[in-house]
Design a protein around this ligand. Structure first.
Ligand SMILES: [Zn+2]
Length: 365
């Protein structure tokens, strides 16, 4: 008996009922990922499991793996914990049909999660056992398709609107900054510090990438702490992280240079971050100067100054306007005196990417 091929777009419930698990083909935007990457989707207990990286990559999303926590994050918004039953979307738990797992080095998640939570449309051609994931990364202005529409058609994939730049960068303010610097040849990296209130922020670093539909690809991210008094107008007399858009002037560390292109200051016993009038807001080597420094003896700040980047704030060294503003590693306290503190792993990653064409942008999220 020959049945008419039926193609459904599932938005709420997704079933795969087939015994011939190995015969299922998963296509992402028309590409057979089995053939294309040697990454095989599979079906277990009627649940289709797909490699998240392959899908996310096709959506222009960035996937980061945290080896320590065994977490996979997609654009920071979605976090899967390996072998755990819950994923987190913007920190809200969502139960998975099956826990995320690692197979041959790839993280697999239930297909249904992707269809329901990542803006992708999933079609299942039951007759041919083809699962079609439509995850178009280029923004499509197609007013005729609204999310949640269930349509039956002749089998061609619908084009769905992709996440806009605004979503990709986490809001209009951030996408405007990204847009502004996209065509500015003097800017190559962006570090966004998104202040969330109290002492909390998120830090995300991007590198310019012409192959990415958004113009930028995320290379590192971390939760972060800022000054005890939040962000705003900084000075020597308050613990405020300066709000605004600054360059990066140097890198430093008590530990060895992990490979930054920036001038790297090895923090030895004679290195100080000066807060005195004479060398205000400069990192100095007191063994080479006739100056008894009352500033920060940087080598004592472990683990904070294991690695850091120097913000191009108050470059003129105006006394009192504030000194020693760094992006550095987290310490014991959940706040800083005005610096921005991130996870050490992230700090290393940022040092590797940072160069003299890096901007750090600090604003309310
Ligand atoms: Zn000094």
């Amino acid at each position: 008996m020959k049945r008419k091929a039926l193609v459904l777009i599932f938005t709420a419930v997704f079933f795969v009922h087939t015994a011939a698990a190995s015969e299922v083909t998963v296509m992402i935007n028309g590409k057979d990922i089995n053939a294309y990457n040697g990454i095989e989707p599979y079906i277990e207990n009627d649940i289709a499991m797909i490699p998240i990286r392959a899908v996310a990559k096709n959506m222009g999303a960035e996937v980061l793996w945290n080896r320590e926590t065994r977490e996979v994050s997609v654009n920071d918004d979605i976090v899967f914990q390996i072998d755990k039953q819950y994923a987190y979307i913007n920190n809200e738990p969502v139960k998975l049909d099956m826990p995320a797992v690692i197979v041959d080095g790839y993280t697999y998640v239930p297909l249904r999660f992707v269809s329901e939570n990542m803006g992708a449309k999933v079609e299942w051609n039951g007759e041919k056992d083809i699962i079609n994931i439509c995850a178009d990364k280029s923004p499509v202005n197609n007013a005729t398709i609204s999310s949640g529409t269930i349509s039956e058609n002749a089998g061609n994939s619908n084009t769905v609107p992709a996440a806009s730049d605004e979503n990709y960068f986490g809001g209009r303010k951030w996408s405007a900054i990204a847009e502004k610097y996209k065509n500015d040849a003097s800017v190559d990296k962006l570090i966004f510090v998104k202040y969330k209130g109290d002492w909390d922020a998120d830090v995300i670093m991007y590198t310019k990438d012409a192959d990415n539909a958004h113009g930028w690809t995320k290379v590192a991210s971390s939760s972060a702490y800022v000054g005890k008094d939040g962000i705003g107008e900084a000075s020597e007399y308050v613990s405020v992280t300066p709000e605004g858009d600054f360059g990066i002037t140097a890198a430093f560390g008590i530990k060895e240079n992990p490979g930054t292109q920036l001038n790297y200051i090895d923090v030895t016993d004679s290195i100080y971050a000066c807060g005195d009038r004479e060398y205000y807001n400069k990192i100095i080597d007191t063994s080479k100067l006739d100056h008894k420094c009352s500033g920060e003896h940087m080598i004592e700040y472990v683990p904070e100054y294991n690695y850091g980047l120097v913000l191009g704030y108050n470059n003129d060294g105006i006394y009192g306007k504030g000194s020693a503003f760094f992006l550095h590693c987290k310490g014991k306290k959940p706040y800083t005196g005005g610096c921005i503190a991130v996870d050490e792993d992230t700090m290393i990653q940022m040092l590797k990417y940072a160069n003299s064409d890096t901007r750090i942008c600090i604003y309310n999220e």
